[in-house]
Every structure is written in structure tokens, then in C-alpha cells.
Design a protein around this ligand. Structure first.
Ligand code: PLP
Length: 381
């Protein structure tokens, strides 16, 4: 037997309490018992989303909610500004094109955050942009974007601000109401600590106004239909009942810890990971604005990054992620996301040291672990 550890930026590990809640006999969703559970989940989601607005729940992966956002906010030929600084930023552009929307790209070098001033400039240049699409944590590069700064430049414009918080929610400080975010998109298999299969969208009044004007086709992912059902703690279609039950348990855990403490825990794990890898002589890929959900690291010269990730999984039992698109083989990504604690970081460092050593990279065993431990000890005060 080889014990397995999941340290990828989604799906993330699911706590035993959540797994146990999911294993109960299925209940019917058009019942008072289910509606009570869903009502509790909805209150919890508003807390985790830090919003007074309702949070819509869809049975899909995160991309379903991204697609829903395009289909529900826009009309054919509308112009949208899409920040493309990684795989997931690009995805909004691809969906927009599939729906016949005019995509104005704002290309950002992968590994760097977008400058809010560049968004302001684009908005001024092209006055009739309907929506700006960006990402809280660009999982493919490990970059955290300055959503508060972006909100400050978009708020006085006609455009709505859409944020993909799929990997950032529940891991990084995020206050959509205060920061003037109009549409937040999230998914279940990251900071929310449950399996893949649910996606979420919450909208401001400005966002809902655009929904009222939208002419693109939608059915399963209709925000309006979903909102009407939500008023009765119901869904238009059969929901993933077991996942909603799982979410009730996960929400309870997040509430018990307190959201600010959850953010702080992620910040500390991220700092320890960064300290560990840099102590091994490795370079951070997103050094300017590293995210607290996932750390992207450059593969050192002479090492095959694909083999490194494979050996981590097959020899050490530790699943991390490699690079995507042109970063394949060039970076690797270690997540500290959701149900993650200090020993996830030290075990990642330990496995990494062993794999690097076997691949011929000069490494002093224990150096990365020790550097991570020092940060973890400091953070305990
Ligand atoms: C930032 C971000 N956006 C979008 C997605 C896509 O979500 P899903 O794979 O759940 O469709 C992911 C998943 O990794 C992500 O991290």
C-alpha cells in the first residue's frame, strides 16, 4: 500500500465529517427536510461569499457557472473585456466567443497580476464594454489579482465586474460587496472542501440589471429561474442532493473556524510553502503577487517538470499539479487549499526534497522542511 496525499489545487481533500454526512441515505429534494438543509447552506454561503446578495447554486463544475455568467449577462455582439493572464482567464474569453460576444482581450504575462490601471485604460478606450472578467486566484499561474483595486476602477463605469473566485473563495481575503464586485463565480471542489459538482454565482443589483437585459439563450443555467426557486429554498431541477448535504457540514466547519481565521491559515501555509521551496534554491513563478491557495514554482534547470510531478505522485504518493499550456513541464504547483494544515506543507517539502534529490538536483535534505517549520512555528506566536 502507498498512502496517498492530495495537494492539487482542486479537487482538494474532503474532511471525514463531510464524507460521513454524504454517506447518509439519499433524501428527496422537494421536501421540507431538504429545504431546511438548503436554507442553512444558503445562509452559510452568504457568509463565505461575504455578501448580502443571494448565492445561486448550480449542479455543474465551476466552468458551468462561468458559462452561465456569459449566457445570463450578455446579448449577441456585446463587448466584454477579458483579463487573460492564465488558463482560466482565457476560458472566459473562449466561452464569450462561443456565444458570439465580442471579446476584447487584456493580455497579461502569465505569472504577473493584472494592473487595475490597465483595466481603467481599456474601459476608457472602448466606452461600451458591458462586463470585465477577471480571476481572484489564477490557479494556472498561482497569481493573486488585486480585486479590490480592480473594483475601484470598474465601479463608476457602466460595465459590471465579474470575478472567477473558483479557487480563491474560502482561501483568500475576498469582500465582493465592499470591493464592488458585481458577479462572483465559485466552485465546490476547492476552498469549500467538498467534492466537485456544485458551482455558485452571486450577483449585485448592477449584475441583476444586466441579467434583465440579456438576450443570449439559456435554459439549465438560467439565473432568473434559479433565483425564483431559491426564494423557496428550492431548485428548478434535481440538485446534487448529497453535495448540498456535504456543503452544510463544510459550511459548519468554516463558520466554527471563522472566515478570517480560514484566510489567515491559508496565508500562513502559503508563506511556509514559499519559504520551503526558496530554501531549496527554487524560484517562485508568481513572485510579484503569489496567491494563498496555490504556490507555483519554476522547475529547475536540467529537471523534467513532467517527471517531477509524476514521481511525486507515483513514488511518494503526493499529487501536486504540473504546468498548463505553455507552462507544461516548466512549473509545478503545490496547493494549500481548503482542508489543509501545517503538515500538508511539511510533507510536500519532504516529498519534494526526495524527488528532486533522486532526479539529481543538489538538495540538502530537510532544508525545505526546516524553513517551512520556522514559518509555521512563528505563526503560532
Ligand atoms: C480559477 C479557476 N477557474 C475555473 C476553473 C474551472 O473549474 P472546473 O474545473 O470546476 O470547471 C478552475 C478549476 O481548476 C479554477 O481554478
Amino acid at each position: 500500500m502507498k498512502k496517498k496525499y492530495l495537494l492539487a489545487p482542486g479537487p482538494t481533500p474532503v474532511p471525514a465529517e463531510v464524507l460521513m454526512a454524504m454517506s447518509q441515505p439519499i433524501i428527496h429534494h422537494r421536501t421540507a427536510a431538504y429545504r431546511e438543509i438548503f436554507s442553512e447552506v444558503n445562509e452559510g454561503l452568504k457568509y463565505i461569499f461575504q455578501t448580502e446578495n443571494e448565492v445561486l447554486t448550480f449542479t455543474s463544475s465551476g466552468t458551468g457557472a462561468m458559462e452561465g455568467t456569459i449566457a445570463n449577462l450578455l446579448s449577441p455582439g456585446d463587448k466584454i473585456l477579458v483579463v487573460r493572464g492564465g488558463k482560466f482567464g482565457e476560458r472566459f474569453g473562449e466561452i464569450g466567443e462561443a456565444y458570439g460576444v465580442e471579446v476584447i482581450p487584456l493580455d497579461v504575462e502569465w505569472g504577473s497580476p493584472v494592473e487595475p490601471a490597465d483595466i481603467a485604460r481599456k474601459l476608457e478606450e472602448k466606452g461600451d464594454i458591458k462586463a470585465v472578467f477577471t480571476t481572484l486566484c489564477e490557479t494556472s499561474t498561482g497569481v493573486a489579482n488585486d480585486i479590490k483595486g480592480i473594483g475601484a476602477v470598474v465601479k463608476d463605469h457602466e460595465a459590471v465586474l465579474v470575478v472567477d473566485a473558483i479557487s480563491g473563495l474560502g482561501a483568500m481575503e475576498f469582500k465582493p460587496d465592499d470591493w464592488k464586485v458585481d458577479v462572483t463565480v465559485a466552485g465546490s471542489q476547492k476552498g469549500l472542501m467538498i467534492p466537485p459538482g456544485l458551482a455558485f454565482v452571486s450577483l449585485s443589483e448592477k449584475g441583476w440589471k444586466l441579467v434583465g437585459e440579456s438576450k443570449l439563450p439559456k435554459y439549465y443555467l438560467s439565473f432568473e429561474k434559479t433565483r425564483i426557486s431559491l426564494k423557496k429554498n428550492d431548485h428548478p431541477f434535481t440538485p446534487a442532493v448529497s453535495l448540498v448535504i456535504a456543503l452544510r457540514e463544510a459550511v459548519k466547519m468554516i463558520k466554527e473556524e471563522g472566515l478570517e481565521n480560514v484566510w489567515e491559515r491559508h496565508a500562513c501555509l502559503a508563506e511556509a510553502t514559499r519559504a520551503g521551496v526558496t530554501a531549496l534554491g527554487l524560484e517562485l513563478f508568481a513572485s510579484q503577487a503569489p496567491a494563498n491557495a496555490v504556490t507555483a514554482v519554476k522547475v529547475p534547470e536540467g529537471i523534467d517538470g513532467t517527471v517531477l510531478v509524476k514521481n511525486m505522485r507515483e513514488k511518494q504518493g503526493v499529487t501536486i499539479a504540473g504546468g498548463q499550456a505553455h507552462l507544461k513541464g516548466k512549473i509545478f504547483r503545490i496547493a494549500h487549499l481548503g482542508y489543509a494544515g501545517q503538515f500538508d506543507v511539511t510533507l510536500a517539502m519532504s516529498a519534494l526534497e526526495m524527488v528532486l534529490s533522486e532526479l539529481g538536483y543538489k538538495v540538502e535534505l530537510g532544508r525545505g522542511v526546516a524553513a517551512a517549520e520556522r514559518i509555521l512555528l512563528e505563526s503560532k506566536g
